[in-house]
Write a protein that binds this ligand. Structure first.
Ligand SMILES: [Mn+2]
Length: 324
């Protein structure tokens, strides 16, 4: 329901915090900034914040330098969480009396009666776009459109994934009519690679393993790789898609080793019938049907085997379901 959140934000006169998940992607930052810029134009007292700094590939986004680093030592009356299933995904404590969630992830917690959640939506920026269009289409300018378009293309893999449909293109058309420049935005995100990113990809590809007759692929980014090529963790964005791109792959897994060498950030991507969100959630994570993630702790081979065995189990279940 779009009316409650729009009416609520129109009425709000206190300071509003907008925040997103840690390791932010184009959709998280795009939704946060798009909403932030619009609310500012409407005269609202608004702060945008996240745990991490803005990743290099998104540093072209308008006013991204205004994003504050969380935690902020202040209590907010109201906060808006975008593109995350629960406020714990922020990676820091959020000191807010009330949290409203705008999101398209499966499951997650309901934070407020004003939540605007639609699981079938291509991106959270799509939902923010709907809210702003419902409120005041005239106020959507080139900067806001650029932020929202960014989330739309990053979450749909540049209109390639199965969340791409007529609604995706209708929103893209609208945002382009408001000044979003598809060529410029794609160039800024995808055509400014650092050499260190390519060297990191080279090392990571050398770890590629195929399991279950090529239906499962797994790649690892060890902490040492980052040090050896002078890269940072955010440069691994999109690596998992190389593992998924191989013919016949149904589940692609990327393991990223954290600073303690014992914690692993895991990305899962699906292709076809399999629902990787179920795999992730059985391991304490979450996400969407084709893109999900979780965090695991343990020795490398132990965590790797757990991921492969769990994926196998879900592939087997899928096969049995098809036979029945
Ligand atoms: Mn998203």
């Amino acid at each position: 329901m779009i009316v409650p959140i729009v009416e609520r934000l129109k009425r709000e006169e206190r300071q509003i915090l907008i925040f997103t998940h840690e390791n932010p992607d184009g959709d998280g930052i795009g939704s946060m900034l798009g909403l932030y810029l619009f609310l500012k134009k409407k005269g609202k007292d608004v702060v945008a914040g996240m745990k991490d700094s803005v990743p290099y590939i998104y540093n072209f986004l308008p006013k991204c330098e205004e994003i504050q680093k969380l935690p902020i030592d202040r209590k907010f009356e109201i906060a808006i969480l975008v593109d995350a299933a629960s406020k714990s995904r922020a990676g820091v404590d959020i000191n807010a009396k009330e949290v409203i969630r705008i999101d398209h992830h499966i499951g997650g917690s309901f934070e407020s009666p004003y939540d605007y959640i639609e699981v079938g939506c291509p991106s959270t920026t799509y939902l923010v776009g709907e809210i702003l269009r419902h409120w005041d289409e005239e106020e959507i300018d080139q900067e806001i459109a650029t932020c929202l378009y960014t989330g739309l293309i990053t979450d749909t893999g540049s209109f390639r994934y199965n969340n791409t449909n007529n609604r995706t293109f209708e929103m893209a058309e609208f945002l382009v009519s408001k000044g979003a420049d598809p060529f410029h935005i794609s160039k800024m995100i995808f055509e400014r690679n650092k050499l260190s990113t390519l060297l990191l990809l080279q090392k990571s590809l050398s770890t590629l393993e195929l399991h279950c007759g090529g239906r499962i692929t797994l790649m690892t980014v060890f902490r040492d790789f980052l040090r050896e090529v002078g890269a940072v963790e955010e440069e691994t964005e999109g690596f998992v898609n190389f593992a998924r791109s191989i013919e016949g792959v149904e589940v692609a897994i990327l393991m990223i080793q954290k600073e303690d060498h014992y914690t692993w950030r895991v990305s899962l991507r699906g292709k076809g019938e399999i629902n990787v969100q179920q795999i992730a959630s059985s391991l304490g994570g979450g996400g969407h049907k084709d893109a999900a993630g979780c965090r695991l702790r343990g020795e490398y081979s132990e965590v790797k085997n757990r991921l492969i065995e769990t994926s196998k189990k879900f592939l087997k279940q899928k096969k049995e379901a098809l036979v029945v």
